[in-house]
Design a protein around this ligand. Structure first.
Ligand SMILES: C[S@@+](CC[C@H](N)C(=O)[O-])C[C@H]1O[C@@H](n2cnc3c(N)ncnc32)[C@H](O)[C@@H]1O
Length: 277
């Protein structure tokens, strides 16, 4: 491995789409973060960096531009983490921080597979074809809580269709992002939320990933599912996500919202939801 002279410049150069993943570990403050992973993602054609921050049992996703990611990353290495493992399409690198705070970066070319294709190039193109908003293999608290993922992020095979449906749904939400207010809290109601996979996904995507201020209410006739959903929202600290038991027909809970959701609502529920919306 070759030692790089200027660690910040080396890091800055690694923030492009040749990066596969950085894993920052050896935390000095587990209350802030135990581990952080960073990977490139394409959002509406723009290269962004998705940060996955692990704190205790909680996982937070946030996207940053290169300009935002670089100072954040250098601060992480200066203050919070002792090491980073970096995989690129044709290189691998390691960053180590000494007890005295000296940062060193060592980098080497990645081994080639037979057929002269760097191993990680194949991995990256594979990731790109999938391009799920919530990627496989990365645990998301509500997906674990609802039994779609195992705690280490594996999608439970019987829930694979649900996992795909959630991701597809989030793509629809992504398409209307620009239409939602940016200067104030977004108010959303989900009529006939049922078990609320999609309600939790909506909250997670808009609040945790996009950083929007939102308040979401899920409404359903079934008392037991409402109890269960409220309990899970509380456990996950989804403070602005609440569930109410009630009938869409004649619902008086709120008179102004920015978005009404009603998915797969049965019988006359869709008609009531449209009328109410
Ligand atoms: C098929 S589930 C859909 C759940 C969820 N929206 C989804 O897409 O995964 C339909 C839900 O609508 C609820 N529902 C039906 N009529 C309703 C009404 N009038 N008021 C409130 N909820 C109603 C049912 O209790 C059921 O949980």
């Amino acid at each position: 491995m070759e030692e790089q002279q200027n660690w910040k410049e080396t890091l800055r150069q690694m923030l492009n789409d040749d990066l596969i993943q950085m894993t920052l570990s050896g935390s000095k403050d587990a209350d802030r973060a135990g581990k952080v992973k960073i990977r490139p993602v394409l959002l509406k054609g723009e290269l962004m960096f998705q940060e996955t921050l692990y704190r205790g049992t909680q996982v937070f996703h946030k996207n940053f531009t290169t300009q935002e990611m670089f100072p954040r990353l250098t601060e992480y290495m200066e203050i919070l983490f002792r090491q980073a493992q970096i995989q690129g399409t044709d290189y691998e690198a390691v960053i180590l921080v000494s007890r005295k705070g000296k940062v060193t970066v060592k980098k080497k070319k990645a081994a080639m597979e037979s057929g002269n294709t760097p191993k990680r190039q194949q991995t990256l193109s594979h990731n790109r074809t999938k391009k799920y908003i919530l990627p496989e293999g990365e645990p998301v608290d509500f997906l674990v809580g609802l039994g779609v993922q195992t705690p280490d992020g594996k999608v439970i095979s019987a829930k694979y269709d649900k996992f795909r449906q959630i991701n597809r749904y989030l793509e629809f939400v992504e398409d209307v992002l620009d239409k939602l207010p940016k200067d104030r809290r977004i108010r959303i109601i989900d009529f006939g939320c049922g078990k609320s996979y999609l309600t939790f996904a909506l909250y997670y995507y808009l609040h945790q990933i996009q950083g929007r201020e939102i308040s979401v209410t899920g409404l359903d006739l079934k008392e037991d599912v409402i109890l269960h959903c409220n309990r899970l929202a509380e456990e996950l600290h989804y403070d602005q996500l609440h569930f109410e038991q009630g009938d869409i027909n004649g619902y008086k809970g709120t008179d102004a919202v920015d978005m009404v959701v009603s998915l797969h609502a049965c019988d006359t529920a869709t008609d009531y939801a449209l009328e109410k919306a």
